[in-house]
Design a protein. Structure first.
Ligand code: TRP
Ligand code: ZN
Length: 880
């Protein structure tokens, strides 16, 4: 168990290592409970470093079994070894020398899933961020790049498959049924990109010919029997490889690209050089077991990890403060990929919804931090929505500011300059500045200042002078880390909307405007448009051109006008959702009962119009018809939140729309009934989502899930089945039909853990007084495991983050349950435990009684003796 040290790592303390590790030769003798690792490190002392400078290597729970320098066993006074550190004091005077280190590991006992562990009998590794130090003592930091050669030995029967990074250069059999393979990766890499997989798995093979004509072997490894479920992942991989060549000129660089799916994994997937390791739920899919959303996630994550080969691996991060350099940029790239594969507007709306649901609350609460943090005590806690999603938005804004051509030129320059290096955000921005001639000094504040800027907008129109004046003020919430907030460079895509399209203007003063982008740079701009013939409504932040809020939003009439008339499709969705959120907020504030009307006639008409409008894509209509979640409404209300009132308003809103547009929904439901065989493509998925939305409204209108029960019984694919089961379990959780359907689902999928995750999640998110009892009972189901992150997330994570009324029970039992679960999980998997605790990040916004309950539950957790650094860090910041 890792102990809390209280050490804070600061960006300003960065300095290069005294020693480099130019080559790393590893030899693994794999045994489930007694693996031996021999590492031979080719060390170089950096110029100017004194020969008596000790070599201090990182470790984590390591046992040293032997140590040599230049082939000679070291005397005991030549070094000091602790589980977390090996310091070698006695070193040769030469600048280069070798260090050989032997460690022994117990992979079977490794439940942290960091370092070398066993998942379903397969040996696998996870080294990002600091897992390599659980394998051998090393300079475990991303700016130490080394060329790896890896020899793996194992019993052939247990592990016919022996994989590591790069190319296999040798293999053969050994005595007593053992065998070996040797892998060499020619690209110098940081230790966090090392990977080893050994076991008995099935494989799907394909190949890809790169733009320069090189053949690359593609291999996806999955459990035996699951090979057909890897077909979609393979297809997504090939499309990713082609797209990165077309969109960014990036070609793959090894002879083989491998993906391994494992069932025990802390995160989504990992971009180890040439050997990506995936959480199997992001690889395996067929229509019987995966939903359309699962397919879309698989496509995006396969692409994300593949794109890391250039943005992350060829150019890596100097230190972990620069994490967004690889993650924000790679998320931006996978977003663009999905936009090209699917519908751009629909994809963008989905991204914005996700950003607002996860990043905005993070940025508005106690866990707020800059896109590039300046300090951390546990780096695993900084794989956040801010680093990933806001980091991607920052890259997107660079493109908006520079335009696509200069953006591409800047990225090309970045690749040229820094290939093979460990880079910083400053170097990244400099490449764009040099390629475009644009000064990004002010823009760089996006990396430094936490919090979501708010824009206050005012406008007036002078008909006689044909003058439209737009006043925009930017403001950040009070500083979180002390530094005064400075005005940011905010690109605002806009249009002046009239009754028949965008209105022309002849001149504008008060802000720089390039094309359809206003560049806000001052705290306040008064922008005067001349030659405006009719009163316009300003459509601002088209395509969500900057991650900011606008308060107050335009009035209902202007929002309704934009929802109907904005020439920009995204803008129409944005206006409608602002209108809907406002009216739902008002209903929640009034403690409206389930019979009251939530929406005014104009809003209902817009809904009905979009539902019936055949000119729109199905997926776009489905998104427009999807009400903001209860968490969305809570976020917009901001403080003194009463989750029960929000839930009541939400139910009333669904019921009202269901009644008002019952005819349209009935037509959609019947008209979009599946014909022919299932296909996961975006257009077919869009039809299913619109039909399923219609089904949901019909159920809400009737207050029964009878129709859903029929869909559940008849459906031939998981998208429709899981959606129908959700409606049943959420509308009538205790009805016999619901319990029967849950039983039938369990009977069919009891041996398919990632499908059972849906079953756990559906029950955990039911808004019912009994749900907490159900969740507790489900932890004793044979299908549940406290050791598996997917099970934990689908039951406990879904309950705490996705069941606002159940989790925020007024008696505080939801909070107590979560905190007790965290204490239990923290004993073996601190990373997952700490992640679960982020469900508490908005506790200060709750109404007073719940706030007190939440505080008490967290204080009880904080009083425990042996909390990990991961949980302690989140807890301290959350309670502060
Ligand atoms: N780099 C991974 C990504 O693609 C993230 C990741 C996977 C990770 N596993 C991890 C980060 C374990 C920390 C710990 O985004
Ligand atoms: Zn990533």
């Amino acid at each position: 168990m890792r102990t809390e040290t209280g050490t804070v790592i600061r960006l300003e303390d960065y300095r290069p290592s005294d020693y480099l590790i130019e080559t790393t030769d590893l030899a693994f003798t794999l045994e489930p409970e007694g693996t031996v690792v021999r590492a031979k490190l080719g060390i170089r002392r950096r110029e100017g470093i004194a020969a008596d400078t000790p070599l201090s290597l990182d470790g984590d729970e390591l046992t040293l079994a032997g140590i040599k320098v230049n082939g000679e066993t070291l005397a005991e006074n030549g070094y000091t070894a602790a589980p977390d550190k090996l310091v070698i004091g006695e070193l040769p005077a030469d600048d280069t020398f070798t260090v050989e280190i032997e460690t022994t590991l117990d992979p079977a006992a490794n439940k942290q899933l960091m370092g070398l562990y066993r998942s379903n009998g397969t040996y696998c590794t996870q080294c990002e961020a600091e897992g390599f130090r659980r394998i051998t003592y090393f300079l475990d930091r991303p700016d130490v790049l080394s060329v790896y050669t890896v020899r793996i030995e194992a019993r052939a029967e247990d592990a016919p498959l022996l994989l590591s990074n790069g190319n296999r250069i040798d293999s053969g059999s050994l005595e007593n049924g053992w065998h070996y393979a040797v892998w060499h990766d020619p690209f110098p890499k940081p230790s966090y990109l090392f990977a080893l997989v050994a076991g008995n798995l099935g494989v799907v093979r394909d190949s890809f010919t790169t733009m320069s004509g090189r053949a690359v072997a593609l291999e996806i490894y999955v459990e035996h029997g699951k090979e057909p479920r890897a077909a979609y992942a393979m297809d997504a991989l090939k499309r990713s490889m082609k797209w990165d060549e077309d969109a960014f000129g990036r070609e793959y660089d090894l002879d083989v690209f491998m993906i391994v799916a494992v069932s025990d994994f802390n995160m989504g997937a990992m971009e180890n050089k040439g050997l990506n390791v995936f959480n199997d739920k992001y690889v395996l899919a067929d229509e019987r077991t995966a939903t359309d959303a699962d397919y879309a996630n698989i496509e995006a994550i396969i692409a994300h990890e593949y794109f890391h080969n250039w943005t992350g691996n060829r150019i890596t991060c100097r230190d972990w403060f620069q994490l967004c350099l690889k993650e924000g940029l790679t998320v931006f790239r996978d977003h663009e990929f999905s936009a090209d594969m699917r519908s751009r507007t629909v994809k963008r709306i989905a991204e914005v919804k996700l950003l607002k649901a996860h990043q905005f609350p993070e940025d508005a609460g106690p866990l707020a931090h800059p896109v590039r943090p300046r300090r951390y005590s546990e780096i695993n806690n900084f794989y956040t929505a801010t680093v990933y999603e806001k980091g991607s938005e920052v890259v997107r804004m660079i493109r908006t500011i520079l335009g696509p051509e200069k953006f591409r030129a800047g990225l090309d320059l970045y690749f040229d300059r820094h290939d093979g290096e460990a880079a910083t955000i400053e170097q990244f921005l400099k490449a764009f500045e040099d390629a475009s001639g644009t000064d990004l000094t002010q823009f760089a504040l996006w990396y430094e200042q936490p919090g979501t800027p708010n824009l206050t907008v005012d406008s007036k129109f002078d008909q006689d002078a044909k003058r439209f004046t737009l006043t925009i003020e930017q403001r950040l919430k009070p500083p979180i880390e002390g530094a005064p907030h400075q005005a940011m460079h905010i690109p605002v895509k806009f249009g002046l909307v009239g009754a028949s399209g965008d209105i022309e203007w002849t001149a504008a003063n008060g802000a720089e405007i390039t094309g359809d982008v206003i560049h806000l740079r001052q705290p306040k701009h008064e922008i005067v448009f001349e030659g405006v013939a009719e009163r316009p409504v300003a459509s601002l932040l088209r395509g969500f051109s900057a991650p900011v809020t606008v308060y107050p939003e335009p009035d209902d009439a202007d929002l309704a006008f934009l929802a109907r008339n904005d020439s920009d499709e995204y803008g129409r969705w944005q206006a409608l959702s602002a209108l809907v959120v406002r009216q739902m907020k008002q209903a929640a504030a009034k403690q409206a009962d389930a019979h009251a009307d939530v929406f005014d006639d104009a809003t209902c008409e817009i809904f009905t119009g979009i539902a019936a409008d055949e000119d729109y894509e199905h997926a776009f209509r489905a998104l427009c018809l999807t009400l903001p979640s209860e968490n969305d409404i809570a976020r917009e209300i901001g403080n003194d939140i009463d989750p029960d009132a929000i839930h009541a308003a939400h139910m009333a809103a669904s019921r009202q729309l269901g009644r008002v547009a019952e005819g349209v929904f009935a037509r959609l439901f019947h008209g979009l009934a599946p014909t022919g065989s299932y296909s996961p493509d975006a257009a077919s998925a869009g039809k299913r989502s619109l039909r399923n939305i219609a089904l949901a409204y019909l159920c809400h209108a009737d207050r029964t899930s009878d129709l859903a029960a029929k869909v559940f019984a008849d459906a031939d694919n998981m998208t429709d089945r899981a959606h129908a089961l959700t409606l049943m379990a959420h509308l009538q959780p205790r009805a016999d039909a619901t319990l029967d359907a849950l039983k039938a689902f369990q009977a069919e999928f009891r041996n398919e853990p990632i499908v059972m995750d849906k079953w756990f999640m559906i029950q955990a998110t039911a808004p019912d007084a009994k749900t907490l009892d159900t969740v507790k009972a489900l932890t004793n189901q044979p299908g549940f495991s406290w050791d598996n992150p997917n099970r934990i997330r689908s039951l406990i994570g879904a309950f705490s983050a996705g069941n606002p009324t159940g989790f925020n029970r007024a008696d505080g039992e939801g909070y107590q349950f979560l905190c007790q679960a965290i204490a239990r999980i923290d004993g073996h998997n601190p990373q997952v435990a700490a992640r679960l605790l982020t469900a508490m990040r908005s506790w200060k916004n709750l109404e007073q009684a719940r706030r007190e309950q939440a505080r008490m539950a967290m204080t009880a957790l904080a009083s425990k003796q042996h909390l990990s650094r991961d949980v302690r860090d989140i807890l301290d910041r959350t309670l502060a």
